[in-house]
Design a protein around this ligand. Structure first.
Ligand code: PLP
Length: 349
């Protein structure tokens, strides 16, 4: 029999969480078991989000050159809490282009993947009991990230019939005096849609109204982890132009197929005057949570790495095959702008 004291050894929160565990990881475990049983050919494991295309060919050379770079002082030493400057500059340059506003490296902090960026951001803005609105369906880890810092997730349902865009009335009903943040993700996992400018404008205006009403900023955190895996010709939204209290989380996990290297960034809207104070506070969260900026070799290599993406166009081919199959099966879906297809039928089953 298990000792009563042993049972009390963890926090009640983690004890409960261990039992439910992350749904994504659970699906991955099931899929791996099924591969053993039915073979690789029969099972397609889409659960954990490992890219299905390799990093760009140039990757190995860039990393070898970085390793051999004699000017790279202290290659394995501790990095600044904000990350190395050349990496921050490279991210600033990329998002200056994507967002259409000037972003200095001072508004960027390098993080352990996109998840690291979201976690350190939430750690820095949330007080106990603060609420974070998430349009649903959503990336299944978000509620855990929010609860990590004693926040409360509030779900705003979106519907297939409305193209998975955010509904104004439903969104407004989510707000209370405790609302601190809204996490949006576009291109969106799992629906595959991108938010229209109309949606982004609407949520920005509502956040502005409630920011003024309750007298403290309500943040919009735009999770842009898929911003460079759009279908050709599709436009990524520009949250910095719409809303002052906004931040972006990003990583090279998807567009460069490097999820295991844990390289990401948090980018703060340059319009915020206390930006440097905020970045400093967020960088302290990076240190206190002991996740720190990503590994130094990759930070150093970022300016070269970001000039490439893996062959994301290959996803378009897989997508065409899935779309054709769904059509044959007469399953309705909203045409995705990125890698995912999320059908109404599956949602209801
Ligand atoms: C929407 C979304 N955000 C964040 C992440 C986490 O990204 P990273 O592995 O860079 O931490 C994922 C991973 O699948 C995701 O789908």
């Amino acid at each position: 029999m298990v000792d009563f004291l042993e049972k009390q050894a963890l926090s009640p929160y983690m004890t409960e969480l261990c039992q439910s565990s992350s749904a994504i990881r659970k699906m991955d475990e099931i899929a791996k078991e099924m591969v053993k049983k039915y073979g690789e050919e029969a099972i397609h494991n889409f659960s954990i989000g490992n890219p299905r295309v390799p990093p760009p060919e140039e990757y190995t050379k860039i990393m070898m050159d970085t390793l051999n770079d004699k000017d790279f002082f202290l290659p394995h030493g501790y990095a600044p809490n904000t990350g190395d400057q050349e990496g921050r500059e490279a991210i600033a340059e990329l998002f200056t282009k994507l967002q259409g506003v000037d972003i200095s490296y001072k508004n960027v902090i390098l993080t352990a993947g996109c998840a690291g960026a979201i976690n350190i951001f939430l750690r820095t803005i949330l007080s106990v009991g603060d609420e974070v609105i998430i349009p649903s369906p959503y990336f299944l880890e978000y509620p855990y990230y929010i609860e990590n810092f004693h926040g409360k997730p509030v779900f705003c349902e979106t519907k297939f019939e409305e193209g998975w865009q955010i509904n104004k009335e439903k969104f407004e009903k989510c707000f209370t005096a405790k609302t601190r943040c809204v996490i949006i993700n576009s291109p969106q996992n799992p629906t595959g849609i991108v938010y229209t400018d109309k949606t982004i404008k609407m949520i920005s205006e509502i956040c502005q109204n409630y920011t003024e009403k309750y007298g403290r900023p309500i943040w919009i955190l735009s999770d842009d982890v898929y911003c460079r895996v759009l279908r050709p010709g599709k436009k990524h939204h520009q949250i910095f132009k719409f809303y002052k209290y906004s931040a972006i989380s990003y990583s090279v996990s998807k567009d460069l197929s490097l999820p295991g290297e844990r390289i990401g960034a948090l980018i703060m809207n340059p319009e915020i005057k206390l930006g440097e104070r905020n970045i400093h506070a967020i960088s302290m969260s990076n240190e206190f949570l002991a996740i720190y900026p990503p590994n130094r070799l990759h930070m150093r290599a970022l300016p070269k790495l970001l000039k490439f993406t893996s062959q994301v166009e290959l996803y378009s081919e897989s997508q065409d095959i899935i779309e054709e199959t769904l059509k044959k099966l007469k399953i309705e879906y909203v045409q995705p702008e990125e890698l995912f297809i999320y059908s109404q039928k599956y949602l209801m089953e």
